[in-house]
Write a protein that binds this ligand. Sequence first.
Ligand SMILES: *Cc1c(COP(=O)(O)O)cnc(C)c1O
Length: 470
Amino acid sequence: MPDQTPLTMGQQFGRRSWAEPWKIKMVEPLRMVDRAGREAALIEAGYNTFLLRSDRVYIDLLTDSGTSAMSDRQWAGMMLGDEAYAGSVNFYHLEAAVQRYYGYRYLLPTHQGRGAEHLISRVAITPGQIIPGNMYFTTTRAHQELAGGSFVDVIIDEAHDPTSLHPFKGNIDLDKLAALIEREGAARLAYVSLAATVNMAGGQPVSLANVKAVKQLCDRHGIRVYLDATRLAENAFFIQEREAGYADRSIAEIVLEFTRHTDGAWSSAKKDSLVNIGGWLAINDFEVFEELRNQIVLFEGLHTYGGLAGRDMEAMAIGIEESLQDDHIRSRIGQVRYLGELLVDWGIPIVQPIGGHAIFLDAKQFYPHLAQSLFPAQTLAAELYLDSGIRSMERGVVSAGRDPITGDHHYPKLELTRLTIPRRVYTQAHMDVVAEAVKAVWDSRAKARGLAMVYEPKYLRFFQARFSPA
Ligand SMILES: *Cc1c(COP(=O)(O)O)cnc(C)c1O
């Protein structure tokens, strides 16, 4: 391998094609509404793809969250749900799966990822503290702020540059972190909030060398490192592919090696772990666990179900195991890359290197004639739906929200529209259709006029905000 540029599919697999390591046992019909129907649906939804009814959507790339197809083994597991209020056998299966594959000592199930974020933020943050992290995630930062903390971004600068080909754009900048510790004093830092992979940077990975170095620095100052493990399986694929010394290690081995350098983690199992609902929080320190276990009964449920049915925990335990198999991850990321490489070949601006779960269209380059206050990425998502019934979502100024102190919009450098690929759901032919639709929107980009926000909710506004043509 001459350098660290990601390989194309052809280079990686030679002349032989790859294929999904599964076949289809049950199908769900798709329908496409006509252009007039799409126009009406978009107006009804206030130009926000989150407010579209899903029966108006043809190919749904809104999110990969909770949208995966479960396997026959997971569905069989659903039938083995032990719906006892306390001590369900499915809880013990889940606990064993997290201990075995993620390596943490104590586990609490939660209804989904943000339930875990809420608990860890309540327990680990004292009002006035700061929480450094590798770029924010919406729900993560919202819970840190609700707990009275403030988030500080310490990701490397390359992460904010959609054209940088850095192989680990999710890495923490150690100089930024060290300077922050120096300036604020270790006691003001609640913990380091490390996410793998970094969704908002375009699904970009963190290297093992980076997590090791972060942990060493934090250990010197007595600061804990907590991991958002939601997309760690995908992160492990990039380590296997790009980081020296890991090419022959399995995804499961790399995941365990990674978590060794952290003190605890939360996860939305709706992503990597192949379930439609569920999450967890896991930790090594018994005292922190005890406090979390005290709090969970107030917000989620008893510590052996955490807001989930027994059958959900069983499906999650099985999903965790399936999600860390090498052939699964290779085909999952292979499909994302297939779509991305088609777009790159056609000169369409996307965030590179292509990340693990989604293609991020660079809306600033689609619409250089639109100011960021006209919501270019929101506009692009609306145009794509109108063209083809394909649903994407905004990751730009709308998602970034407002500064809680000044009240101004955050204007992130990245103004992106995300095409998120659910796991094990769509075929390569669907990816061809998506690529051609994006091309059509690209070809008519000069006509876009932008949007004005006419309704703005207070929290996580991208979910429910409404727009009209500017
Ligand atoms: C989705 C997600 C969350 C929140 O999880 P939910 O299950 O949606 O509540 C947290 N962190 C990351 C990185 C995510 O992708």
